[in-house]
Each structure stands twice: as C-alpha cells, then as structure tokens.
Design a protein around this ligand. Structure first.
Ligand SMILES: [Zn+2]
Length: 168
C-alpha cells in the first residue's frame, strides 16, 4: 500500500487498542507489515515492468512520485478528520500511529544503504521486502480488482475501528 492507505489502516486497527503514543507507534509499525501481505496497489502502480528496486522512490517516474505524495497528503488529512475530528481520538496518538505506520517504508526507501550495513538491519529489509505483496501479472483488469480489494480492506479497518469503539 501507499503511505496514506497505511496511515488509515493502522489507525483503524490500533487507535482503539491503546491510548499510549509509544505503543501506538509500535502497533502502527507492526500493522504496516500485516497490510503489506494483503493485496494492494503499490509503487509499481503505473510501472508495468518493475525490475529490481521497486522501493526506490527516486528511480520512479515523476508521475508516480506525485501520486505517492498526493495519496499521502490525502491519507493524513483523512486520518485527522476521521479519527481526531469525528471520533475524538487523541491527536498525539493518531500522529504516532501515523508515523509508525509509514516508518517501515521510510526506512526501506530512504535509509536502506545505512541500515544494510548492519546484519540485523539487512535481515529486517529482506523481511519487509519479502512480506510485500507483489503484482505479478500486470494488466488493467487486475489493477481494478486489486484496487477494489484494497478499498474493501480499508473499509474493513474503519468498520473494525467503529466496532471496537464500543468494546474497548
Ligand atoms: Zn511496506
């Protein structure tokens, strides 16, 4: 998923499970990997043949960089509106889940050189990449199907949030 979807999904799952910003950050990062394993649209959205570094934002066409940025801004805006404004969640909690939920991708996209100097860091980067859902056979119908599944997953995370408001 792109950043905005990660932010919404992680807040949907985690913002009722804790009120502590630190555990919120950790839950945000953990749920990132959960959703990476589900079918979703990713950085290879317009790039039909992604070979090698699908994570490297700088190597992607400007069109994709703009989509990534706009989707991120939209996700941040939606998360603050939905969780903080409509559902009175603490702004520090929502922000820390937000940061946690995009940290794995920020580490992988911008700091992979530094991290891979360490054995544990290398293991983590591989774990993240292997966990990532990849679009194999790429055609237009398939993208629409995956986009619908992603929207459904996002909807489920918000439904989970609404349901867990009452119980937790
Ligand atoms: Zn990821």
């Amino acid at each position: 998923m792109l950043g905005g979807a990660h932010i919404i999904f992680s807040n949907g799952l985690a913002s009722n499970l804790t009120s502590n910003p630190i555990s919120g950050f950790i839950l945000g990062a953990l749920t990132h990997h959960l959703v990476d394993a589900l079918p979703h649209i990713d950085l290879n959205i317009l790039n039909k043949k992604t070979k090698g570094e699908e994570f490297n934002l700088y190597q992607l066409p400007l069109k994709i960089q703009i989509i990534v940025l706009l989707e991120l801004i939209l996700g941040i805006f939606f998360a603050f509106y939905f969780f903080v404004y409509l559902n009175n969640k603490n702004i520090a909690l929502v922000t820390s889940i937000m940061l946690g939920s995009i940290t794995p991708d920020i580490l992988t996209m911008f700091f992979s050189k530094q991290i891979s100097k360490y054995e544990l860091g290398k293991k983590y980067l591989n774990f993240h990449k292997n966990f990532h859902f990849k679009l194999k056979s790429f055609n237009k119908n398939y993208i629409i199907l995956i986009a619908l599944i992603e929207l459904f997953i996002l909807f489920l995370s918000l439904a989970f949030f609404k349901a867990s408001l009452k119980f937790i």
